[in-house]
Design a protein around this ligand. Sequence first.
Ligand SMILES: Cc1cc2nc3c(=O)[nH]c(=O)nc-3n(C[C@H](O)[C@H](O)[C@H](O)COP(=O)(O)OP(=O)(O)OC[C@H]3O[C@@H](n4cnc5c(N)ncnc54)[C@H](O)[C@@H]3O)c2cc1C
Length: 312
Amino acid sequence: MNEHVHDCIIIGAGPGGLQAAIYLGRYNRDVLLLDRSGGRTWHAPEIENVLTNRIISGREIIERGMAQARSFNVRIDRERVLSVRKEGGLFRVVADEGGHAARFVIAASGVYDKLPRLKNLTRFLGRGYYTCIDCDGYRMAGKKVVVTGDEMGSVNIAVAVKLLFTQDVTYLPWGFELPESAKEMLKEEGIAVAAGEAVSIMGHDKMEGLELSDGRTILCEAVMASFGVTLNDAFLAGLDLKRDSLGSRYVVSRTYESSVDGLYIVGPLNTGQDQVVIAAGEGATAAIEINRRLLQQQLEAGAEAQVCTWRR
Ligand SMILES: Cc1cc2nc3c(=O)[nH]c(=O)nc-3n(C[C@H](O)[C@H](O)[C@H](O)COP(=O)(O)OP(=O)(O)OC[C@H]3O[C@@H](n4cnc5c(N)ncnc54)[C@H](O)[C@@H]3O)c2cc1C
């Protein structure tokens, strides 16, 4: 029996994967979208910077995107992808429920935030506890804000929050010694520096502050935290993919193709910005390019068939 080969397998039903699926579905391509469920967008309660939506939850974006993709005959299976290999010009994708084959693959599985050990964090994630200044800095306008993080980048975020959104910023280094130069910079910008180990977020419906291990409190209405992210990319381990100079994010071309021919990587797995509309735009770009290449393959196959007929 002939093996079924999909035109494209997409891994991850976030904005990147869903937008790619909608484009490829509308080219009448054979698309399989594999998603294990959950993800960064799913956990964002209020998104305000998506064109035409003053405010929308991440969950709504995903649910509406899935329905839209299905309406263009995209098959969506709830499966976790375990590995991707390339053999004889085809991709072999192994997931929880078995194996699949495809001519092209789009990895759109995103990243997840590293979260510190802090009581009540899940209650306030996206509702007072924020991890991205581009997403949520605007919500801090005029508020009493604590910026924290475990590396120097968080100092720059504290300065940006002060310059862009609010005068009342306190910086709390998380488990590292602030260099003198950073202390001076924060002082120059009028940012107070706190010391101590935060253990809990205070408040019920609204954030009221941080409680420290020694019983002291820092009053605040919002926390901007920077602890980095982990890539959802274990399934790519068997491919020798080119990464950035830090050995972390994947290097891609202008059409989001990775260093492996036919494998596209969209969203925050690559070196670009981590935003809903950017992941979606990257998904659309990859899909348009994949469709162009599939058309080319069809034309070449047609020409070859014609040559064979002439030779016969
Ligand atoms: C609290 C919060 C607030 C945010 N606010 C905003 C905002 O206001 N504006 C904005 O633009 N962005 C915001 N973001 C960021 C936004 O969610 C990301 O930019 C977006 O998620 C990137 O989309 P993506 O498609 O790459 O990944 P994701 O949305 O993370 O989707 C990836 C999908 O892949 C799946 N997956 C992962 N691994 C596998 C696997 N092995 N097999 C199968 N499936 C897999 C996941 O389950 C998930 O469904 C916010 C994020 C958070 C956490």
